[in-house]
Design a protein around this ligand. Structure first.
Ligand code: Q0Z
Length: 303
């Protein structure tokens, strides 16, 4: 059965992402629930990847822990048995794939760091020679390592639309100069910590997006999901060759399969065959285990 907000009929639904749901819990908390849905070429597929939601939740939780000396997170608990009583009816659907979080006043920009050039950064570079006001050297290609990590804030687009890169001046106009400077500093610090750690484990962190918010005491916290394959581009280090699209750590089997079907990239997408589902699930579990050094079974048994 696909996980949708309909299955949590007693909860106050605050919003849906492409593959996630957000609910209110009392006045001061929210519940983030990651489904097993997956998108490719910007379309949510009709087939789910078993355990994907748990892998991504486990990764976010592990990263929040690794980063806690740099920035506090929004997480209250991920132990279903500690959740408030109103969530008890959903305990088994929530186990492993959910986080109870402080309800924050969200910052109205997305905080993006890029160590490699691809995606919308590459598009802006080809058009203007710069990304979010960072002038870049000539001759960079899709997948090039940038001379230094850049901070490229973006707007929060409504679901189905793409975030738009904005200049750091524009970001300062939107959130205020002092907060803009703090977000940039934190984003670059977190990205540096995360990309060093991933590189030691044979995974390149090409780029990633963070969301922040303020708690009721005014403390700035790292929010949402962090450093998952859905909020970041992870590339296998051993196949990195600039000059074209890099293989995706998690979705490459799916992309290759979808291309092989001749699908025109308009919804609905075709169903995935069992071998593609299984190899993709294995890649998610491998990403979790390589990055964290924890067996995914152990994670599930503690959730
Ligand atoms: C997260 C999102 C999702 C749809 C708002 N701690 C928080 N407090 C208040 N709001 C949020 C958070 Cl994380 C918040 N999003 C993104 C996630 C479904 C939208 F699962 N938007």
């Amino acid at each position: 059965m696909p996980l949708t907000h309909e299955e949590f009929a007693g909860l106050t639904h605050l919003g849906s992402g492409k593959v996630r749901e957000l609910f209110a819990v009392g006045d001061d908390a929210v519940l983030l629930v990651a489904s097993d849905r997956i998108s490719a070429f910007d379309v949510v597929l009709p087939t789910e990847i078993p355990d994907k939601g748990a892998v991504l939740t486990g990764l976010s939780l592990w990263w929040f822990d690794q980063l806690s000396d740099l920035v506090p997170s929004h997480v209250i608990s991920s132990s279903v048995d500690e959740y408030p009583a109103e969530l008890a009816p959903y305990a088994e659907q929530l186990r492993g794939r959910s986080m109870l979080c402080r309800r924050l006043d969200m910052v109205l920009i997305e905080c993006v760091a890029r160590g490699y050039l691809t995606g919308s950064g590459l598009k802006d570079y080809r058009r203007t020679g710069a990304v979010s006001g960072h002038p870049l050297p000539a001759g960079l290609e899709d997948g090039s390592k940038l001379p230094a990590t850049i901070y490229t804030p973006s707007t929060k687009a409504p679901i189905g639309e793409h975030d738009e890169n904005i200049s750091r001046d524009d970001a300062a106009d939107r959130v205020g100069g002092e907060l803009a400077a703090e977000l940039e500093h934190l984003t670059l610090q977190i990205f540096g910590r995360a990309s060093d750690l991933a590189a030691e484990r044979g995974i390149l962190l090409a780029d990633t997006k963070f969301e922040f918010g303020h708690d009721k005491d005014g403390v700035l916290r790292l929010a949402d999901e962090v450093l998952t394959p859905d909020s970041s581009r992870f590339w296998p280090a051993d196949t990195w060759v600039p000059g074209g699209a890099q293989p995706s750590f998690d979705k490459q089997f799916i992309r290759d399969y979808l291309v092989s079907t001749g699908w025109d990239r308009n919804p609905p997408a075709p169903e995935l065959p069992d071998d593609i589902i299984e190899s993709t699930r294995a890649r998610y579990v491998e990403a979790y285990e390589r990055l964290t050094g924890i067996s995914f079974k152990d994670y599930l048994s503690t959730a």
